[in-house]
Design a protein around this ligand. Sequence first.
Ligand SMILES: NC(=O)C1=CN([C@@H]2O[C@H](COP(=O)(O)OP(=O)(O)OC[C@H]3O[C@@H](n4cnc5c(N)ncnc54)[C@H](O)[C@@H]3O)[C@@H](O)[C@H]2O)C=CC1
Ligand SMILES: O=C(O)C(=O)Cc1ccc(O)cc1
Length: 366
Amino acid sequence: MKRIVTIAGLGLIGASIAKALKPIAENYIIGYDIHSETLQYAKSHGIIHEAKADYTAAVLQADYLILAAPISESIRLLAALDEMQLSKKLIVTDVSSVKQSMITTANQLQNKAVSFVGGHPMAGSHKKGVQAAKAHLFENAIYVLTPTERSTEHDVHALKSLLLPTHSKFLILEADEHDEMTGVISHFPHLIASSLVHQAKHWEETHAYLPNLAAGGFRDITRIASSNPTLWQDIFYHNRKKMSLLLEEWITEMQHVKLLVEENNKQDMIAYLEAAKLYRDGLGTKEKGAIPSYYDLYVDIQDQTGALAHVTQLLANSNISINNIQILEIREGIMGALRLSFASEKLQKISEQTLNEAGYETMVEK
Ligand SMILES: NC(=O)C1=CN([C@@H]2O[C@H](COP(=O)(O)OP(=O)(O)OC[C@H]3O[C@@H](n4cnc5c(N)ncnc54)[C@H](O)[C@@H]3O)[C@@H](O)[C@H]2O)C=CC1
Ligand SMILES: O=C(O)C(=O)Cc1ccc(O)cc1
């Protein structure tokens, strides 16, 4: 029997789920999006079986509905189910980064045919839109499910079975617990990353050369500030209570840090940095985070013509593809470092061996 799955919102997340679910013979994927070009793209690239430009028509046939629009839009799409005459049971889930406002809307629904289980696949990208979608986006990532008053254990089980091809790891959480944790480890760091970029921009007025000094550290810590601003505004809005509490806590923490700097007590400062290092080092580095981290290899090279080409050629000869290359430090006459990023630990290891054999010094961050 066919399992009819409607996905409303075919952007990065919706289309990635569609790509993961479509190869399963039992699934029939209907796509709905407010942008006709997105629908056309999804249909013509085989991401969905069928495109529907009308939301009600897309929902009426479905056994499952995945709401993958921006959070505020997904809330509207969920509430609109009360206006529909559904002839069969509909298991509804969403992918929103904040859960409480979705769950509150779900618990107010009157339509008895609707069962709702909140969802949040905790993987993403700084890109947006259907063209950035990838079938393997959620592989090994945490996929949070939040059961509600409007769902049974059987519904949760059915939804997990549907989402199995995403190859993610399911985790059941309460909405409030989810919003607090993601507030701390995902949403709040975004705000801080953006504010650090603002600080640098401000100082560029005084030091025009400043952007050229933006080295690895600044780039690493602000990488997430390059994400989709509309998406993040929506996240901050829906998690505003937690964000406000975290900001207060942060301001207090910064006052403490200010004292540490001003008082210049060597021991206290080292203890503060040590405690942070200890905790940070203990976080699994190779566990897949929300934004996939690549397997990096640092290579020391002499600053001489052709050094970069030589390294890449050596790896190309071994059929190793490099996902990203960053030149960390190149100054005349001294050693420079390349950061090469690979898609897997295996490629990282082979590259290390290949380059070591050719006489290059390498380093893998532990
Ligand atoms: N981008 C990320 O890294 C992650 C995002 N999420 C969540 O996924 C959801 C979608 O985000 P993305 O896919 O990144 O955004 P996106 O901007 O790539 O895609 C959103 C899609 O929804 C469509 N859309 C907008 N309003 C609509 C409506 N009323 N009806 C139907 N379609 C509509 C847009 O045309 C677009 O195709 C958000 O709720 C976000 O919180 C969850 C995990 C990661
Ligand atoms: O790592 C991050 O914070 C990301 O930017 C990717 C992301 C964005 C939104 C989510 O709800 C989950 C993951």
